[in-house]
Design a protein around this ligand. Structure first.
Ligand SMILES: [Zn+2]
Length: 395
């Protein structure tokens, strides 16, 4: 089938999915197509079980109009993300509705074998949450740390330091659905951009300071290098401070060795009462802390600001969104705002706008699933083998 016709089918489906049209006449008007063409396209989408056609209740004389709705349950994906020391998997349909979520908490000393088993079991159990007629079209892993997204390999994670180069493509090959890897920060920034169209003209830097440290960067509405999986991983930039502290990535004296929750959490516990290693509870405890009361926090903040200010001198973002538990502390946040606003070397440049971001699981899900769903949808319309199976029946 020619590409233009596939585009028409996709545009038509999107109109119905987004609630902008429910009948042929509106579709013809919005897409500028002849009514016979629209009828053909609708017929094809109904045949693919993508659109559902029902008859409206008759009002007065004449034939009742057909009402079209989008079948959100046509395809589904298993979405995996990392939260604290847990892997969390959700069954998500085409409408980005979460059908159900399961979690597993592998020990910190888990290696490739243990994590591989955990993830396989998690995907199997999560896929079983879908109704029988939902077709599993992707397993999408939105992960922290360093990835080789093209080789579907999870290279390094500060959560599970004994894991190295876990080949998730191979581990999850038995599900007969394509496996996608994306860095969780890239996914979250992609989701934020989709939600906030105003940002599509800006250069946006999303910075997370928590268990690990990393950033994602977008210009003109596109997340830079997101298909690669390792851009802006500033947590592993070298400080050259000569301390010789080993990092979870295998190198020494990375930024994370003096500033991440995994490295300074225990020391901080002496300064911050009732501290917990989970990011959320830590954020609550840290909000009240006087910055001067903790030397370790002061050092962490200085290094974070130095590295991120230099990152701004490289990327010149218009906007920086800060997330994670540390920046919930008003003093920490203010220090960031002051430092980053002064970061551009050229005084004539507009000031960087620094804002506090809120954790957004919805943004991460929509950002991570956009490409996998779009690809699977196009494959379905092109009549290609979906390389998929009925959810719950695989493995
Ligand atoms: Zn490192």
């Amino acid at each position: 089938m020619d590409a233009a016709r596939i585009d028409d089918l996709i545009n038509l489906s999107n109109l119905v999915r987004d609630g902008k049209a429910t009948n042929r006449r509106t579709i013809a008007r919005q897409l500028g197509l002849r009514s016979t063409t629209v009828s053909e396209l609708v017929g094809e989408l109904v045949q693919h079980d993508i659109l559902i056609e029902t008859m409206a209740r008759a009002r007065g004389k004449g034939r009742p109009a057909a009402v079209l709705s989008f079948n959100q349950q046509r395809l589904g994906a298993v979405f995996i993300t990392v939260t604290d020391q847990r892997l969390e998997a959700s069954a998500v349909d085409l409408g980005l509705r979460v059908i159900g979520t399961l979690t597993v908490a592998p020990n910190r000393d888990a290696d490739n074998l243990v994590l591989g088993q955990c993830i396989r079991q998690l995907v199997r159990d999560t896929a079983a949450l879908f109704a029988r007629d939902v077709q599993l079209c992707a397993v999408v892993c939105s992960l922290s740390g360093l990835l080789d997204a093209k080789r579907r390999t999870w290279c390094v994670s500060s959560r599970w330091p004994n894991m190295r180069n876990l080949d998730l493509g191979a581990e999850l090959s038995g599900f007969a659905a394509p496996v996608w890897l994306i860095r969780n920060l890239d996914a979250e920034l992609g989701g934020i951009l989709a939600r906030e169209p105003d940002m599509s003209t800006e250069a946006v830097l999303l910075l997370h300071w928590g268990h690990g440290i990393g950033a994602a960067y977008a210009t003109e509405g596109n997340v830079v290098n997101s298909t690669h999986g390792r851009f802006c991983e500033i947590g592993h930039w070298g400080l050259g401070n000569g301390r010789g502290v080993e990092c979870t990535c295998g190198n020494r004296d990375c930024l994370e060795t003096v500033a991440s929750l995994w490295s300074i959490g225990t020391q901080l516990a002496k300064d911050v009462p009732s501290i917990d290693q989970s990011e959320r509870q830590f954020a609550v405890a840290l909000r009240q802390v006087d910055l001067g009361a903790s030397v370790v926090l002061g050092t962490a903040l200085s290094e974070m600001i130095r590295i991120t200010a230099n990152l701004c001198r490289l990327l010149f973002p218009n906007r920086v969104i800060l997330t994670g538990p540390f920046v919930q502390n008003p003093e920490v946040y203010t220090r960031f705002v002051v430092a980053l606003e002064q970061a551009p070397i050229l005084r004539s440049l507009d000031r960087i706008r620094v804002t506090l971001g809120h954790e957004s699981p919805e943004a991460e899900i929509s950002g991570a699933l956009a490409r996998p769903f779009a690809t699977a949808f196009r494959n379905l319309l092109e009549g290609r083998e979906l390389q998929a199976s009925k959810a719950g029946l695989s493995q």
